[in-house]
Design a binder for this molecule. Structure first.
Ligand code: ZN
Length: 282
């Protein structure tokens, strides 16, 4: 029997990892777009607030003016009545009312003036804010366009990869897919190659030799007892040391294609390799 490389499930995981990466890219681009748009959005909010306030002030000013008109009418009527008074008592009563209405009218006029002044200032502010908004929009427009195009591209990538993934999954045995999908839940790694030492490539639990043998040559899907991933025979590229040595101690645990963040319990079994700075310079 040939070695079990599980090339189908490997390819499926490669596609799933690519989908995760593409979706992450979409999210990153959306986040960056939001950041680019924020200054203009803030200004837009300010313009809206000023515009509403201005609207309220204009209504208020209109209300005060109407009240003034009413009082002018009332004055006119009172003045007519003053011409027709029949005695001093009536005259002084009407005069007192005229005084009262006049004072109220003067107060309305003061209020109207003050409102007009505030309206003028708000109009100035609105103009400044609108200019700043326009400027901010013009300034970010090229960058925004760029990011939007990148986002569209990333979205298209995601869609394409998903289609490819689904079409590919249909070519694999249903029971393998079921198991794979059950383990893969939440983007977890579903498949890991054995390490050179015969440990699980995901959690580094040592795998007994006869099980290793079944993984390499048998047809059953075998899962790691430590972390549950489906174990597969390593391909040459699984055993190559990391081209970019990030963590010095990460030699045996070549994580190959799996870039996803996975908390792998650091091995007890393969601890011999780890560079342990046992040099207490005391
Ligand atoms: Zn494991």
């Amino acid at each position: 029997m040939t070695e079990q490389t599980r090339s189908g499930l490997r390819e499926l995981q490669r596609l799933d990892d690519a989908i995760v990466a593409a979706e992450k890219r979409v999210r990153e681009l959306e986040h960056r777009l939001a950041e680019v748009e924020r200054p203009a959005q803030d200004l837009d909010g300010e313009v809206g607030t000023t515009r509403n306030r201005l609207q309220e002030m204009r209504l208020e000013e209109r209300r005060v003016e109407l009240a003034g008109d009413e009082k002018a009418d009332r004055m006119k009527k009172l003045e007519d009545r003053l011409q027709a008074v029949r005695n001093v008592r009536e005259e002084s009563a009407v005069s007192a009312e005229i005084d009262m209405v006049r004072r109220a009218r003067e107060s309305d006029e003061q209020e109207a003036l003050s409102l007009l002044d505030q309206i003028r200032r708000l109009e100035d502010r609105l103009e400044e804010q609108s200019e700043a908004l326009e400027e901010a929009r013009t300034e970010v427009a090229p960058r925004r366009k760029e990011l939007e195009a990148e986002r569209e591209e990333a979205l298209a990538d995601t869609g394409r990869l998903k289609e490819e993934r689904d079409a590919f999954a249909e070519t694999l045995p249903a029971d393998e897919i079921r198991l794979y999908d059950a383990i893969r839940v939440g983007g977890r790694r579903a498949l890991a190659p054995l390490t050179e030492d015969g440990a699980c490539g995901n959690c580094f639990t040592m795998i007994p030799p006869q099980i290793q043998n079944e993984i390499r040559h048998g047809s059953e899907l075998i899962r790691c007892e430590g972390c549950g991933v489906i174990l597969v025979a390593p391909l040459p590229e699984d055993l190559e040391p990391d081209p970019v040595p990030e963590a010095a101690a990460d030699e045996a645990g070549d994580e190959a294609a799996a870039d996803e963040v996975e908390v792998s319990e650091s091995s007890e079994a393969e601890g011999a390799e780890g560079e342990a700075p046992e040099d207490p310079s005391a």
